[in-house]
Write a protein that binds this ligand. Structure first.
Ligand code: 6PG
Length: 470
C-alpha cells in the first residue's frame, strides 16, 4: 500500500458525493473523487482547499491509480442504468479484491445482480443505503451497508468515522448479505413517505379545524419536537413553517405548489410489500397521496363539482393535544409496518436482519431519525422474535394512551371533509391487526360460492366445499 495513495475513492461529485467525500477527508482519511464533469471536479478541489487529503479528477486511469489497494470505491450516482455504466467503465482498471460500494438508492434486485456479476470478476460489491440528505452526507449520515462482508470490513473504519453518532455509537452496521443494505434503505424511505404524509395532514387539520396560523403551527411543531415526537421531520416542519418568502410577503410554505414528486423508493416499498404479502397501508396511502397530489388540474376541476362541509371549529388546545397523540400513534403504527416488512423480507431473502441494530442506526443521521427509535431498539433488543411492534409490552401502553385521539380525529375528518388518509389507514390497520376475528369468513364463502375455491372451518381440520343454495 503506497504511502501517498488515497484511502477512499468516490465516483459522482454531485451535492451528495461532494459532501460525503469532504466528510471522509474531515475524518483524516485521504479521499479521491471522480466525475466526468470537470466543473464538479473543480468545485470539489476548491471546497477541499489546501488539504492534501482530498483531490479529484475527470480521468478514470488517474483516479484508479491514485487509490491504495484493495481499492475502495463508492458510487454516489443516480440509481438505474448509470450504475451499470459506471461499473463497466471502472472494471477494466480494477484488480482482484478491489471493492465497489453503491451508495445510491438502487433497487435491491439490481444490487443482487451486480453483486453476483462482480463476484465472478473477483470484485467485492456491496450496496449501502445512505440517508440524511446533503447535510447528513457532510456532517454524518446513517449508513446501511449489506453484501460482501469481507468488502465491508475493509471500509468499516471509514464508514464508522463518517457516520452520524448517537451517544457516541456510529449509525452504521453491516446489515446482512446480498442486497440487505439497499432493501433496508428502501423500507426506510417507505417509512419516510408515511411519516411525511402524516405530518402534512396533521398540519392541514390544525389549520382547518383549529384555524392555526403559521406562527402557531410553527410553535406547535417546535413544542412537539421537544417531547416524545422529537424527530427530524417534526423539527424541519417547525422550521419550514416560519420561513419567510424572499420573493414576496408571507411564508414560503403557502406559495409552494401542492404537487409532491417522488423518485420511486416509496412505491418500491409498497410494491414489494404486496409481493411479500405484508400489509403496510400507512405507507401505501402515502404513495397514493403523492399520486393524487400530482393530479392537480383534475383535482381543481373536481373541486368545483362538490360542496364540502365547513369544518366545525375546535378549541386550539384540545385539538393540539389530540393531534399530538394521534401523530404519535400513527408514527408508531408506520414504523411497525415498515419493521414488519423488514422481518418478513429477512426470511424471504435470507438477509438475517437484526431489527434492533437497524433501529439503532436509524437513531441519528437519517431522515426518519426520532426519539421513538430508541424505544423501538429496546423493544427488539428484549425480544428479537417480536412479530410486530404493536405487541411489544412497552408499545401496548403507548398505543393505549393515544388511540382514542386517533379515533376522535378520524371521526372528525370523515364528518368535516378534512382528509386524514394516513391517520385513518393507520387506525384501520391497528384495528384490523388487533382483531381476533375479521369478516373475511364471508369472503371465503363468496369465493367458494362463485368459484368453488374451498374454505377451512373453525371447528374442524380440512378443506371444504359447499354446493351453496342447493
Ligand atoms: C434519505 C432520503 C433520500 C431520498 C429523498 C427523496 O434518506 O436521505 O430518503 O434518499 O432520495 O428523500 O426521495 P423522493 O424523491 O422519493 O421523495
Amino acid at each position: 500500500m503506497g504511502q501517498d495513495k488515497y484511502d477512499f475513492g468516490l465516483i459522482g461529485l454531485g451535492v451528495m458525493g461532494r459532501n460525503f467525500i469532504l466528510n471522509v477527508a474531515d475524518n483524516n482519511f485521504k479521499a479521491f473523487g471522480y466525475d466526468l464533469d470537470e466543473e464538479k471536479v473543480s468545485a470539489l478541489q476548491e471546497e477541499g482547499g489546501d488539504t492534501a487529503r482530498v483531490d479529484a479528477t475527470s480521468d478514470i486511469v488517474t483516479f484508479v491509480a491514485a487509490l491504495a489497494q484493495p481499492r475502495k470505491i463508492m458510487l454516489l450516482v443516480p440509481a438505474g442504468k448509470i450504475v451499470d455504466a459506471v461499473i463497466e467503465n471502472l472494471l477494466p482498471h480494477l484488480e482482484k479484491d478491489d471493492i465497489i460500494i453503491d451508495g445510491g438508492n438502487s433497487f435491491f434486485t439490481d444490487t443482487d445482480r451486480r453483486e453476483a456479476y462482480l463476484q465472478s470478476k473477483g470484485i467485492h460489491f456491496f450496496g449501502a443505503g445512505v440517508s440524511g440528505g446533503a447535510k447528513g452526507a457532510r456532517k454524518g449520515p446513517s449508513i446501511m451497508p449489506g453484501g460482501s462482508k469481507p468488502g465491508y470490513r475493509e471500509v468499516q473504519p471509514i464508514f464508522e468515522a463518517v457516520a452520524a453518532k448517537f451517544k457516541g455509537e456510529p449509525c452504521v452496521a453491516y446489515l446482512g448479505p446480498k442486497s440487505a443494505g439497499n432493501y433496508v434503505k428502501m423500507v426506510h424511505n417507505g417509512i419516510e413517505y408515511g411519516l411525511m404524509q402524516l405530518t402534512s395532514e396533521i398540519y392541514d387539520l390544525l389549520k382547518k379545524a383549529g384555524d392555526f396560523n403559521n406562527d402557531e403551527l410553527h410553535e406547535t411543531f417546535a413544542a412537539w419536537n421537544n417531547g416524545r415526537l422529537q424527530s427530524f421531520l417534526v423539527e424541519i416542519t417547525a422550521e419550514i413553517l416560519k420561513q419567510e418568502d424572499d420573493q414576496g410577503p408571507g411564508r414560503l410554505v403557502d406559495k409552494i405548489l401542492d404537487k409532491a414528486k417522488q423518485k420511486g423508493t416509496g412505491k418500491w416499498t409498497s410494491q414489494n410489500a404486496m409481493d411479500l404479502g405484508i400489509p403496510i397501508p400507512s405507507i401505501d396511502i402515502a404513495v397514493s397521496m403523492r399520486e393524487i397530489s400530482a393530479l392537480k388540474e383534475e383535482r381543481v376541476n373536481a373541486d368545483k363539482l362538490y360542496d364540502r362541509p365547513t369544518p366545525t371549529a375546535m378549541d386550539k388546545d384540545v385539538l393540539a393535544k389530540m393531534a399530538e397523540e394521534a401523530l404519535y400513534f400513527s408514527f408508531i403504527v408506520t414504523y411497525a409496518q415498515g419493521l414488519h416488512q423488514l422481518a418478513d423480507a429477512s426470511k424471504e431473502y435470507g438477509y438475517d436482519l437484526d431489527l434492533a441494530v437497524i433501529s439503532k442506526i436509524w437513531r441519528a443521521g437519517c431522515i426518519i431519525r426520532a426519539g421513538l427509535l430508541e424505544d423501538i431498539a429496546l423493544a427488539y433488543n428484549s425480544d428479537t422474535t417480536l412479530p410486530n411492534l404493536l405487541v411489544a409490552p412497552t408499545f401496548v401502553e403507548k398505543i393505549k394512551s393515544t388511540v382514542d385521539a386517533a379515533r376522535e380525529l378520524v371521526a372528525y375528518s370523515a364528518k368535516n371533509g378534512v382528509p386524514l388518509p394516513g391517520l385513518s389507514n393507520s387506525l384501520t390497520y391497528f384495528d384490523a391487526y388487533t382483531s381476533g376475528r375479521l369478516p373475511l369468513n364471508l369472503i371465503q364463502a363468496q369465493r367458494d360460492h362463485f368459484g368453488s375455491h374451498t374454505y377451512e372451518r373453525t371447528d374442524k381440520e380440512g378443506i371444504f366445499h359447499t354446493a351453496w343454495g342447493a
